[in-house]
Design a binder for this molecule. Structure first.
Ligand code: URA
Length: 446
C-alpha cells in the first residue's frame, strides 16, 4: 500500500515538473491527476503546485478539453429525459451591478426553454446572484439535483447553488486557487466554468464575458482570449455556446447591492428598468434563441428583429414576471413588492464637468465595505445596503448634482464617500459614452 502511494506521488511529481518546464500533459495523465485529487491520491499541495505551473505556462486546447472533461466527470450530470423543452443557460464572468441572471432565467422559461441555472456567490468585488436572491425572505438556493430537476419540470426555471454532486473537483480546486493566486488563468477558468455548465446537461449556453475596470478580465484582449477558449472547449465537448464581450467599465444598470439589485430586476421584469440592463438581457436571450435554431413562426425563417421583438414582448406582457414569481414561490421566497433598502444619502458632484471612465471595481468594494458583500467566507451580509448610480460615463454634470444615492447606515457614509469620489472622476473635457456590447464570439458552425 505504501509502495503504491509512493509510485502515485512520484508520478504526480513528474507531471507537475513537466508543466513547470513548459511541457504538455496527455489527456490520460490529466484524468489520472483529477481522479486522484477527487479521491485521496493527490493532496492539495500537489494540486496547488500543478495549478501554479498551469498558471505560468498555460495549456493547449487538448489539455483544457481533458481537464474540463475530467472535472465534469468528478460529479454527476443532469438528465432531462422526459422534459420536452430545449435546456439552456447563461454564464457571466461577473461584474458590478450584473443582475441579468435574475431576469434572464424566467425570461427564457417564458420563451419555452428549460433553465437549470447553477449560480455563484460574490467573488472579489462582484456580487453573486445567490446572495442577491437571498435578499428575498425565505428564498432557498441549496437544492438537490432531484429538487432542481423537479422544479425545472414544474416551473421552467431554477436558480440554485452547485451542490456537492456537481463537479466536486472544481469546488475543491477553486478553493485552492483562491488562496494560491491562481484564479486568473484562462485554462483554469475555462475548465472551472464549463465543468459546472456541462454538468447541467445543456443544449445551448450563452456566455457574457466582461472586460473593464469592474470585470475579472481588465482588457478586451484578455476577455476575448477567455471567450474564445470557452466557446471552443464547449464546442469540442458537444455543447453549442457563444459569447458576447461586454463593457464593464461602469456598473450594469443603476443599482449595485443585493436588495436594490433585486428591485431593479423586478423593474425590468415589468417591462421597465434601465436601458442597458434591458438591452443586454434581450441580447443574451436572443443569442440563446438563435443557437437553439428557433424559426420565426410566421415566416419559417430566422428573423433577428422579430426574434428580439418577441423576447421583449415577454418582458412587456408580464409572462417573464409570471415565471419569476413561480420560481420564487417554488424556492420558498416571499415577495410582495420591492424589498426594503437602508436609508438613502446622496453623494453630490463637487464640481462641474463630464463623467470620465469610472472605477467600477471600487463601487463593488464600497458595497462590501457597507456589509453588502463578504471580506471573509463567514461574514454575514447586510442585504439592504447598496448604491444607485445616477450618472453614466460621458454625462455632463453640474456642481451640487446628485451622482449616487448611497443606501447605508449614517456612520458608513464618510468612508464610502471617499471611495466613490475617486471612483467617479469628473473631468474638464467631454468624454464619449461607452458602447455596452462589443464582439460576439460564435463557433464556426453557428
Ligand atoms: N468563475 C468560476 O466558476 N470559475 C473560475 O475559475 C472563475 C470564475
Amino acid at each position: 500500500m505504501i509502495h503504491q502511494t509512493t509510485n502515485w506521488l512520484m508520478n504526480v511529481v513528474e507531471l507537475i515538473a513537466t508543466k513547470r518546464d513548459g511541457g504538455r500533459l496527455e489527456p490520460e495523465q490529466i484524468k489520472n491527476v483529477v481522479d486522484g485529487f477527487s479521491g485521496e491520491g493527490v493532496p492539495d499541495y500537489q494540486m496547488a503546485a500543478l495549478a501554479m505551473a498551469i498558471w505560468f505556462n498555460g495549456m493547449d486546447h487538448e489539455e483544457v478539453v481533458a481537464l474540463t472533461r475530467s472535472m465534469l466527470h468528478s460529479g454527476k450530470v443532469f438528465s432531462w429525459q422526459g422534459i420536452n423543452r430545449r435546456v439552456v443557460d447563461k454564464h457571466s464572468t461577473g461584474g458590478i451591478g450584473d443582475k441579468v441572471s435574475i431576469v434572464l432565467a424566467p425570461l427564457l422559461a417564458a420563451a419555452g426553454f428549460a433553465v437549470p441555472m447553477i449560480s455563484g456567490r460574490g467573488l472579489g468585488a462582484t456580487g453573486g446572484t445567490l446572495d442577491k436572491l437571498e435578499s428575498i425572505p425565505g428564498f432557498q438556493v441549496d437544492m438537490s439535483m432531484e429538487q432542481i430537476r423537479r422544479q425545472v419540470e414544474e416551473t421552467g426555471c431554477v436558480i440554485a447553488s452547485a451542490g456537492p454532486e456537481i463537479a466536486p473537483a472544481d469546488r475543491r480546486m477553486y478553493a485552492l486557487r483562491d488562496v494560491t493566486a491562481t484564479v486568473a488563468s484562462v485554462p483554469l477558468i475555462t475548465a472551472s466554468i464549463l465543468s459546472k455548465k456541462l454538468a447541467e446537461g445543456l443544449d445551448a449556453l450563452v456566455l457574457d464575458v466582461k472586460f473593464g475596470s469592474g470585470a475579472f478580465m481588465k482588457s478586451r484582449e484578455s476577455a476575448r482570449e477567455l471567450a474564445v477558449s470557452l466557446v471552443d472547449v464547449a464546442s469540442e465537448l458537444g455543447l453549442t455556446a457563444s459569447a458576447l464581450l461586454t463593457d464593464m467599465n461602469q456598473p450594469l444598470g443603476r443599482m449595485v447591492g443585493n436588495s436594490c439589485e433585486v428591485n431593479e430586476s423586478l423593474d425590468v421584469l415589468k417591462g421597465k428598468g434601465p436601458d442597458d440592463l434591458r438591452e443586454l438581457t434581450i441580447e443574451l436571450a436572443f443569442e440563446v434563441v438563435r443557437m437553439a435554431g428557433e424559426k420565426d413562426e410566421a415566416t419559417g425563417e430566422k428573423d433577428e428583429a422579430t426574434s428580439r421583438a418577441r423576447i421583449a414582448s415577454l418582458l412587456d406582457g408580464g409572462e417573464a414576471m409570471e415565471c419569476f414569481e413561480r420560481m420564487v414561490a417554488a424556492q420558498g421566497g416571499r415577495l410582495s413588492g420591492p424589498l426594503p433598502c437602508a436609508p438613502v444619502q446622496p453623494l453630490l458632484a463637487d464640481r462641474d464637468g463630464w463623467i470620465a471612465i469610472t472605477d467600477a471595481e471600487q463601487m463593488g468594494w464600497a458595497v462590501i465595505d457597507m456589509g453588502g458583500g463578504r471580506k471573509s467566507l463567514e461574514d454575514p451580509l447586510d442585504h439592504s445596503t447598496g448604491l444607485e448610480i445616477l450618472v453614466r460615463v460621458g454625462d455632463q454634470v453640474e456642481k451640487g448634482q446628485p451622482l449616487v444615492n448611497v443606501f447605508c447606515r449614517t456612520a458608513q457614509f464618510a468612508t464610502i464617500e471617499r471611495r466613490l469620489r475617486s471612483a467617479i472622476p469628473i473631468v474638464d473635457e467631454p468624454v464619449a459614452a461607452l458602447p455596452l456590447i462589443g464582439d460576439r464570439i460564435r463557433p464556426d458552425s453557428c
